[in-house]
Design a protein around this ligand. Structure first.
Ligand SMILES: Cc1cc2nc3c(=O)[nH]c(=O)nc-3n(C[C@H](O)[C@H](O)[C@H](O)COP(=O)(O)OP(=O)(O)OC[C@H]3O[C@@H](n4cnc5c(N)ncnc54)[C@H](O)[C@@H]3O)c2cc1C
Length: 413
């Protein structure tokens, strides 16, 4: 057996799953190496609960090493340059040669790319940001709050709506909801547009039931920091006492100089096999731009949304295909486009959207009525994700699978 090195760039959702899946599938003679700049992994869906004070930071993070199977080599370093012809990556910890490469570098947040935004807004899109925002919410006595999606694309299409509803719930619990106006601005035409008009309408109704004013088709140009106003392409809104941003997302700088990326810097890959334009190089998760076949009355190609549930499933596919090839078999596993999302609505309830994003002629994604069980499902998912490989994690997986209705979750765990 010739030993192969499979190098995984990025140890977030996709990188962790790819590494563990490869380690499970391949004999120990092959190396599975993860390069990740952060030694600690944080579970992003919990940032919403950090914002509302329902979690402490230490409850949402684990040492990355503890989430990886024995035999996965973790290199805590920044990857700085990718040499595709030479099949090696330069990192802070030296050069690493690879036979197979899985790119799972995610998306970078770039609030500074919109004038005034970084100085005048808070965010729950990072753990530190969510902790700061929690303090802001705690000292908030009343006034106008704007949630704003600064630009497209962004990860987790549900998150801005969840953020606004959880903030509404937080003020309700404090008894000052009547003193707080909450607005949500987005450049999109409806909530979660890729999932279709019916789902968008269901989310709009949820927002409305929480007294949140939803403003679609608002493209942010800048923020007037002195006045506290949001300047959109065709209008302005404000003043606001607190601006909570979903900051612009950029593709990782490291990939910009390579032939792997499209004009926007994202990595196009085969939507089913996750193969990129380079041989034995796979792209998974937020870093990719994956066209989907379905479309909603538009000629613009739709792209698969950026979400952990997809990064997870794609990582399994890439790992299975690489392992099959190394073992001399024919890679058969493909990514089918299934996805799901528990949409936190506050008050201990959540909605559940699930379906197939590759369905034709349009994605087939449906929303279940909001209820307590979906919220419990999200809590279980968090516990399962943050448990180390072993019996505890398996126990959470059994519980999650037992949530029979949660199609998609059952496939993932
Ligand atoms: C508030 C919030 C709530 C969310 N809720 C949900 C949800 O409910 N459901 C859902 O499906 N998704 C959710 N998401 C989205 C989900 O977290 C992402 O889609 C998912 O993490 C993508 O996985 P990934 O592996 O592609 O990228 P990431 O998990 O972001 O991992 C990328 C990794 O690469 C590392 N990296 C980047 N550049 C370098 C470099 N040069 N060198 C070394 N390491 C590098 C980063 O440090 C990072 O750890 C949420 C996101 C947020 C912000």
């Amino acid at each position: 057996m010739t030993s192969k090195t499979i190098l995984i760039l990025g140890g977030g959702v996709g990188g962790i799953v790819a590494a563990n899946s490869l380690r499970r599938r391949l004999p120990s003679g092959h190396r599975v190496v993860v390069v990740e700049r952060n030694a600690v992994h944080s579970f992003a869906p919990s940032f919403l609960w950090l914002m509302t004070g329902d979690r402490k930071p230490e409850q949402c993070r684990r040492p990355l090493k503890s989430l990886l199977r024995e035999g996965v080599e973790l290199i805590t370093a920044s990857a700085n340059a990718l040499d595709l012809p030479g099949r090696k990556v330069a990192t802070d910890a030296g050069e690493i040669a690879f036979d197979y490469l899985v790119i799972a570098l995610g998306a970078e947040l770039a609030p500074q790319s919109i004038p005034g935004l970084a100085e005048s807004s808070e965010t729950f899109f990072t753990a530190d940001g969510a902790v700061r925002l929690r303090q802001k919410l705690e000292s908030f006595r009343g006034g106008r709050i704007a949630f704003v999606v600064a630009s497209m694309p962004y990860k987790c299409p549900a998150a801005p709506h969840e953020g606004a509803m959880l903030a509404a719930d937080y003020f309700q619990r404090r008894g000052i909801r009547h003193k707080v106006e909450i607005h949500l601005f987005t450049p999109e035409s409806q909530p979660m547009p890729v999932a279709g008009p019916q789902l968008g309408q269901a989310v709009r109704q949820l927002l409305q039931s929480k007294g949140i004013e939803f403003h679609p088709l608002h493209s942010l140009i800048s923020v007037d920091t002195a006045a506290g106003t949001l300047v959109f392409s065709q209008s302005a809104a404000g003043p606001f006492d607190l601006i909570i941003a979903i900051p612009p997302h950029h593709a990782p700088q490291l990939l910009r100089q390579t032939s792997l990326v499209n004009a926007a810097g994202w990595v196009p890959a085969n939507p089913r096999t996750l193969e990129t334009s380079a041989e034995r190089v796979y792209g998974i998760g937020d870093v990719t731009a994956l066209p989907i076949p379905g479309r909603w009355k538009t000629d613009t190609p739709l792209l698969l949304p950026k979400a952990g549930v997809f990064a997870h499933a794609q990582a399994e596919v890439a790992a299975a295909r690489i392992a099959a090839e190394i073992e001399g078999g024919t890679p058969e596993e493909t990514f089918g486009g299934d996805g799901y999302c528990m949409l936190e609505a506050g008050g201990g309830i959540a909605g559940f959207a699930a379906g197939n994003f590759y369905a034709e002629p349009t994605p087939d994604v449906r929303m279940q009525p909001a209820g307590k069980s979906w919220h419990m499902g999200k809590v279980l998912l968090e516990r399962w994700w943050l448990a180390s490989p072993g019996w505890k994690r398996e126990s959470y997986a059994v519980l999650l699978r037992a949530c029979g209705k949660m199609r998609g979750i059952r496939a993932a765990v």
